[in-house]
Write a protein that binds this ligand. Sequence first.
Ligand code: CO
Length: 143
Amino acid sequence: MLSRIAHVALAVSDLEAAVSLYTHVRGLAVVHREVVEDQGVEEVLLAPASGGAEVQLLGALGPDTPVGRFLAKRGEGLHHIAYEVADLEAALRALRREGVELVDTAPRQGSAGTRVAFVHPKGNRGVLTELVEAPRPAGPGAG
Ligand code: CO
């Protein structure tokens, strides 16, 4: 069901400092940046030059957001691991059948045109897990 790791996400208290560290010192390149209002985050995706899994830096838009509360409680660090799935609904159905606790029972809009759903850390040995479905190619005549 999980095809590959899409990104590893880190909650950071200073987004600009983290972006600077990961680009200038670690040599990753920014490939996407977006404010996702309904999740209360600004996220920056960085890719290694050789390809492969990306790093997602998450800055909170305020203290009363999921990432803001995470930072207050646990400080900076690993926030979630995101895996690509081909069919998000099918993946959620399969997990529900297995009795895995879901944060999102239905897909929601992610960044960069993706659809995503989060699986509770309880079902993943303590790690919040995100399932990501890549944007589907637009059909003929689609805007
Ligand atoms: Co993510």
